[in-house]
Design a protein around this ligand. Structure first.
Ligand code: GAR
Length: 198
């Protein structure tokens, strides 16, 4: 049984997609041991609680320094004996010590086809604003392993999504979530849980 921890910052629709996929047995051999948010108000924490899953907030605001926050985050993650850490809209930089400790055991979902529209400053709606500003006709989402760089780790899965005439950042974000993110993130977890190579 793969024990996963899901790290979130916001609404948690990707978390929900994981929970639904486990319920529907699209993901097997996997349990969500904990959901951790950096933001106490994240709706994702409510989704975890209503599923009977441990939900914790570790906020940088509660610590005197970044180092103290990083240590606390690592120690809360360690406490659950996780096999895989899933960044599902987690908008905090992962401490290098955590990346080294969980090498190839941290995956992230990014709402573009990496290497387009990724790296520093590209998160959430900003990614879709940039894709529309550039006029791309195809965008999508990527699941990748997390390394020391920003969105630079090995790619596990990608799925393309069409940009449509009249799209706004919001309509494009929603289509990328529905057609790509909510599919490939559960699919990547299923592959990892069942020993499949990506
Ligand atoms: C998702 O679109 C995810 O790909 C993005 O944040 C959103 C979180 O939504 N992540 C990034 O931009 C990471 N660079 P959710 O809380 O509803 O899952």
């Amino acid at each position: 049984m793969l024990r996963i921890g899901v790290l979130v910052s916001g609404g948690g629709t990707n978390l929900q997609a994981i929970l639904d996929a486990i319920d529907e047995k699209i993901i097997t051999n996997t349990e969500v041991a904990v959901v951790i948010s950096n933001n106490q108000g994240a709706y994702a924490l409510e989704r975890a609680k209503s599923h009977g899953i441990a939900a914790e907030c570790v906020s940088p605001k509660s610590f005197a320094s970044r180092e103290a926050f990083n240590e606390a985050l690592i120690s809360r993650v360690d406490a659950y004996g996780l096999d895989l850490i899933v960044l599902a809209g987690f908008l905090v930089k992962i401490p290098e010590a955590m990346i080294a400790k969980y090498r190839n055991k941290i995956i992230n979902i990014h709402p573009s086809l990496i290497p387009s529209f990724c790296g520093v400053g590209y998160y959430g709606l900003k990614v879709h604003e940039a894709a529309l500003a550039r006029g791309v006709k195809l965008t999508g989402a990527t699941v990748h392993y997390v390394d020391e760089g920003m969105d630079s780790g090995p790619i596990i899965l990608q799925k393309a999504v069409e940009v449509k005439e009249g799209d706004t950042p919001q309509t494009l974000q929603r289509r990328v979530m529905e057609e790509a993110e909510w599919k490939i993130l559960p699919q990547a977890i299923q592959m990892i849980a069942n020993g499949g190579e990506a």
